[in-house]
Design a protein around this ligand. Sequence first.
Ligand code: PHE
Length: 392
Amino acid sequence: MKRKSFILIAMLLIASLLVTACGSKPAEAPAAAPAGGDEGPIKIGGIYPLTGAIATFGQSSKKAIDMAFEEVNANGGLLGRKVELVMEDNKSAQADSATAAQKLIQQDKVVAILGAVASSNSLAAAPIAQEAKVPMVSSSSTNPAVTEVGDYIFRAAFIDPFQGQVMANFATNDLKAVKAAIMTDANSDYSIGLANVFKDVFTKNGGSIVSEVSFVSGDTDFNAILTTVKNAQPDVVFVPSYYDTVGLILNQAKNNVGFPENVTFLGADGWDSPTLFELAGDAANGHYFSNHYSPDVDSPEAKKFIEAFKAKYNETPDALAALAYDTAYMVFEAIEAAGSADSTAIRDSLVKIDLKGVTGAIKLNEKRDPVKSAVVIKIEDQQQKYFTTVNP
Ligand code: PHE
């Protein structure tokens, strides 16, 4: 009897120990796991023009962002979690940019947003991100007003007061121009802002503006305004617009309106697209534009990026891709530095970001704008050739 009851008690003890041991796991699990909502992948949104007037900008950007997400996930993700990209197509439009921001914040509950490209589109999305306190980092919007929306809005690109000054000084000092014409897209914050800066700096340099004309995105016939510009006999024509209109303008200037060979067209980052060459053909040759990066200038960071991009997509990355890649890493590094995927914590560490990017060192001033060099590109044989670098 004694022996039997001892065995029974022993068995009961073991059984109860086992039950406690098994039972303690689920009981402890919630305490060990991070607070609610912090499980699963870290979701980051993207707002890019994947279709519409400036679709090559969105496509290039997306390729680089996809690559960045794959890289970071292959290295174990961030804070032990995967990163997940929720990419929205803003169709190159303002209204869709706002809708995309709303969807990403309310439905997908992203912790940060990358994008947009066009300044007008970023300006449509930024107030929504600011209001929701979700940090938004535009890869390539250069109009100063974008980050002025509020303290949750950042960018990876230099701003237009610098870019416009680079091209005005280039016209005066390198091309020895004294008479300039300006062609502006009246619907684009980017275009209007750059036109104003160019005008300011060029006239301060002693030059004069002999003609100012405007058009709107979507226009296809520029013959009339180009004739006006030609008759004013400028040395240079500044066209701060996107490739879809610039390609047609250059084509019609040469082939329809018969611009003299010695009139140089100047532009800015919005010219950076292979479609510009499709639209303009050899009429693009001999003209110049400012940009954020050239694959011809290879820092160690750029070299690594260009090689990886070529291996993955079999093409050379443009400035949009380089900036978008840097933007993704700004957010990744901010999350890592914060040790948290909380939107406000990300914002607070974005302010202090110090990234050795593909497009140069990215450190932000008090306006959340980086101060970076620009490159001037010359178009030769329907190709972009690095011409020079201008430091801020
Ligand atoms: N800077 C442009 C804007 O603000 C966008 C852009 C950047 C386009 C870089 C091409 C290359 O609207």
